[in-house]
Design a protein around this ligand. Structure first.
Ligand SMILES: Nc1ncnc2c1ncn2[C@@H]1O[C@H](COP(=O)(O)OP(=O)(O)OP(=O)(O)O)[C@@H](O)[C@H]1O
Ligand SMILES: [Mg+2]
Length: 307
């Protein structure tokens, strides 16, 4: 088994190029975190990411949001995939305005939010978000003021990121309270997920990272995949990673995508939908309660990290 882990590590050697002054980033992150300990309760920010593309992040983001919405939570999905934003494609909607449009005086949060069913709303990050760190203090303040209003009526903010260990993606996942790392049983998905854990562990405590294994045949295949990842991370990075569940490979999900509908809505009794409902319930019940930093904290950490 260790041989498998060694091979996995060797395969990813050279993939972790996220080397711009890590030490500086840690110091900045700590400084920003200490500045953002607000006393009022804030929304919980959960970033959904992956090493390899096409493993199911967007479907998980949207379906988890709806499953949580059905459980009474108010959820916002932020589409932060700069390369290929596609939450709106999956929802069959299109957004005219995005997060960056909030910098204009006459644009309010209501203008950029698309309200969907079950208390779930959607915001497109917009391509300008990758340049967020270049904003002036005045622009940052404007964005914070408008976004922190969201904390009052969102319990959970789910951020759908792009794949890989590019700086854009890492800034999002480092800024979020929690990170759901999606992988599949394919070997390339595992090696790429390892690269994400390695890059993340150089900046943050990996306690916030949880695995979700998608497109599995059954619970056994999920456990085998998760265990390979957990063992490799433990052996070579000395970090503990947990798995919080899996989603079965299910044609219903593919059919739902074609209909531009989330599977939990189109086929609520399908295997994939039931797996996602169970994941949502794990996320809502099986966690230690902590003070969350919400939009304000998330953005402040992002902007600082981008400097
Ligand atoms: N559990 C599943 N069962 C069957 N097919 C699935 C499952 N999850 C995802 N897929 C398939 O994988 C495709 C890609 O899913 P999705 O767009 O959510 O991935 P992604 O990780 O967001 O991709 P990208 O990296 O391009 O943003 C879906 O359109 C669907 O066809
Ligand atoms: Mg996607």
């Amino acid at each position: 088994m260790d041989d498998q882990a060694t091979r996995l590590r060797k395969l990813v050697e050279g993939k972790t190029s996220y080397s711009d002054n890590i030490q500086d980033r840690v110091i900045r992150a700590n400084a920003v975190n200490s500045l953002t300990q607000d006393s009022h309760p804030s929304a919980r920010t959960i970033a959904i990411t992956s090493g390899k593309g096409g493993v199911g992040k967007t479907n998980l983001a949207v379906n988890l949001a709806i499953a949580m919405g059905k459980m009474g939570k108010r959820v916002i999905v932020l589409d932060a995939d700069m390369g290929m934003a596609n939450v709106d494609v999956l929802l069959g909607t299109s957004s005219k305005k995005n997060l960056m449009d909030l910098l204009q005086d006459d644009v309010s949060i209501e203008d950029v939010l698309i309200r969907g069913p079950y208390g779930v709303s959607y915001i497109s990050g917009g391509s300008g978000m990758e340049h967020a760190a270049e904003m002036t203090m005045l622009q940052q303040q404007k964005l914070f003021n408008k976004l922190t209003a969201c904390d009052a009526w969102a319990d959970i903010i789910i951020i759908d990121t792009g794949a890989g260990i590019g700086k854009n993606v890492l800034d999002f996942i480092v800024a979020a309270d929690e990170v759901l790392l999606v992988l599949t049983p394919e070997p390339t998905s595992l090696t790429d997920a390892y690269a994400v854990i390695k890059a993340y562990s150089q900046v943050c405590d990996t306690q916030a990272v949880k695995l979700i294994v998608n497109k599995v045949f059954d619970a056994i295949e999920s456990a085998e995949t998760a265990n390979k990842m957990i063992r490799t991370a433990d052996r070579f990075l000395h970090v503990d990673i947990e798995s919080i569940g899996y989603v079965c490979d299910d044609r219903h999900l593919v059919q739902a995508v074609r209909k531009q509908k989330p599977v939990v809505e189109a086929f609520p009794d399908s295997l994939a939908a039931r797996c996602i409902q169970s994941l949502a319930s794990n996320l809502l019940t099986g966690r230690n309660e902590e003070v969350k930093l919400g939009w304000g904290g998330f953005l402040r950490r992002m902007l600082q990290l981008g400097r």
